[in-house]
Design a protein around this ligand. Sequence first.
Ligand code: NI
Length: 422
Amino acid sequence: MNIEIKNVYALIDGEIKRHSIYIEKDTITGVDNIPEGFKAEKTIDGTDRLVIPGLINAHTHSYMAPLRNIADDMPFMDWLLKGVNPVEDRMTGEDAYWGAMLAMAEMIRCGTTTFNDMQMHIHNTTRAVKESGMRAVISRGLVGDKYDKEDRRIKEAFEEMPDGEGTNGRLTFRLAPHAPYSAGIDYIRGIVDIAKEKGLGIHIHLAESQTEVDNLKKEYGLTAIEYADKAGCFDVPCIAAHCVKVTESDIALMAKKNVSVVTNPASNMKLGNGFAPVPEMIEAGINVCLGTDGAASNNTLNMFHEMSLLTLIHKGTHDTPVCIGAKEALDIATKNGAKALGLKNVGEIKEGYKADLAILDINTPSMVPRNNMLSSLTYSANGSEVDTTIVDGEILMEGRELKTIDLEKVLHEANAMMERLA
Ligand code: NI
């Protein structure tokens, strides 16, 4: 559909000014300049509206959305082993489908257009993503010690991997050795070999907790980052979640190997793991992006909440208010995520870029006054301002009404699932 967004405030190159935006099919084909022969099939009036590039949630586990609240205020190992894992193990593929739908309903309502998803049930999630219209990068979380290509999970992740057919490139895949504490070096090497052969990137959790780092040091004499490097993770495009407990030389190594780091401030704080040295990583030249992690450890999938935390915690931990400002946070939550995920022409509002957009209603207290809307976006917006969400030129929400997801059905199924599983 050809869409015209008329005379709207738009976030372009770090500045918010009035523009008109023209979309043909999946692509932004004009900013202020009407493309030749353009005929709008739909016009969105820009009065009281601000359009931003859709937010990119660079690390989550969508199927876990119904596990929100399941094990809060507990020590990490109790959270994982007594709270999350038993319920997760009882989830069927169908449950994962409804979980992903719940996650996507929440994300679309908060202006997120793309997510990087580590999964247990990739076929069911793929089905959900195809139906929802969101852009996603999906990987099967892989856990094991010795690499065996006959392993059921590896077969699922690789040989029986679903495809992105019919999604116009919205859906791509990665391979995900889960973490150094759950995947042996030999096992990860096997997965990296497949990634090389297939031209796929790696998605992994690294250096999330002090226990993880201490155990690796004891057993292998390596930091988590050195462990991943030794296993070959950094020889292919690698996106590493967390990276909280890293040394200066870890940071230098990741910068040298072009590793993208996803910081997950809410999850790290909630599980008592501390703060990733984000300003230091940026200083070293690392591409840092932002994620919510799963709802079991956040408990939201709200990237506005995450942006606010990102800016505030580093000011707080570095004793300076001039650290990760509003503009930088927005870049981290948009174009840095696209770069990390290898998504070309995504994450900015520009001619030739994908039409992945969030349109906010700015006639609301959190966005008033309009003297510095960059600040409003990171420091006072909460996601409820998002009125319209567009992915690949398709309107997924308008007037806060979801167009591709039956919200009532999803809420009913998710509630029923947790009454059964918890
Ligand atoms: Ni995670």
